[in-house]
Design a protein around this ligand. Structure first.
Ligand SMILES: [Zn+2]
Length: 124
């Protein structure tokens, strides 16, 4: 597996955000914290009803824009988490890693904008 420090991983997420379409990124960052963790927690896996053989590269937690209405009071801040170990496990090179991070950030961003998986895969 590639050896990537936490700092490097964080930098790669920052670079992915720089490379994605800025009109979406700027909107996203006003409202959503983009962070990372080594692995999903058992609670996060549970929430998504993941099987043991399923990996999770990233997770969007929050209320998609399309499900909000004006003047609504949001209870928790929205968050996108990128999972370092699963992403590294499928990335044989730094080039592959960059792409995987970018695709994962894009995928989770799309959830924030209210796209479902069918629509996201069409765009990927
Ligand atoms: Zn998804």
């Amino acid at each position: 597996m590639l050896q990537i420090s936490d700092k490097q991983f964080e930098d790669l997420i920052g670079q992915a955000l720089d490379e994605l379409p800025q009109e979406y990124v700027q909107r996203l960052l006003k409202d959503v914290a983009v962070t990372w963790a080594d692995d999903p927690t058992p609670a996060q896996r549970e929430q998504l009803k993941l099987r043991h053989d399923q990996t999770l590269f990233g997770l969007y937690e929050g209320l998609p824009l399309t499900q909000r209405y004006n003047g609504m009071h949001k209870i928790t801040p929205d968050k996108i988490t990128i999972f370092k170990h699963p992403v590294l496990s499928v990335s044989p090179s730094e080039y592959a890693l960059r792409n995987q991070i970018k695709n994962t950030v894009w995928h989770e961003m799309a959830h924030y904008f209210g796209l479902d998986h069918k629509r996201i895969h069409e765009l990927e």
